[in-house]
Design a protein around this ligand. Sequence first.
Ligand code: MET
Length: 288
Amino acid sequence: EVFERYIQAGKVASTILRKGGDLIRPDVSLALTAAEVEQMVIDAGLGVAFPVNISLNESAAHDTPSPEDDRTFKAGDMVKLDLGVHLDGYIADTALTVDLGDQNLLVEASIAARDAAIAKVKPGVTIGELGTAVAAEIGSRGYRPIANLTGHGLDQFRLHMGPNVPNVGGIGGAVLEEGMAIAIEPFATTGTGYVNDQKRVEIFSQMAWKPVRMPTSRKILKEIEPLNGLPFARRHLKTPKPDLSLLRLVREGVLHAYPVLADVPGSYVSQAEHTMIVTSDGCVVTTA
Ligand code: MET
């Protein structure tokens, strides 16, 4: 049953996210952390729904180690760990922030915002009400919510779909319905409240299925076929020298690129995320 699979994916994701968070210490390698976290998912017999995102400081999301990554965590870093686990395509998407400095209030702001929004979830509630709750919690603590990042609906093998759950007020529209799977993920920042696409791109997903010519491109598409459109990382590819083909496939509209998303240099961003299923009188948080 679908509901049971969401619950099972959520349980595994929650346990592994906590263990992953415990690995994050100064001098620990990001590449090793990503590999260990993803291996825990595989060892649990579930699927990695997207490359584990490890985003530092002003980076909010979509960073993951490159194939030749040599970064280590440093004292003072604000580390977002964002994990996706799936069972037969039913996804649990959950994130926490580890503060290796002394900005715990920033970490608490995104947690409080997430939990305030979750408390409002039930059929008939508009996404605008959730955004208002998020913005109030973060704003009252003296930080800004990131306005151009949102939570999202989920479906089988679909990580992002409607409704989008805003992190700011004043965006009305869509209404929650019983049975929807949604991820709520507020980001709190000391920066501008907007993220920009960075040059670095590590994560891609297939968005169109059409024939391509170049042998390397064909190899890449063959390799990612089992993912059914879920995102993958450059470091996951076995195809040699994939970078030119990746660029070309993005240009041809076959792949979607997810550039690293960052607020201004020197700022700090925190994130907290749970996945939930809307029930008749509220919701069940699968990743609690
Ligand atoms: N969980 C993050 C998101 O929903 C990372 C996905 S990988 C592109 O965007």
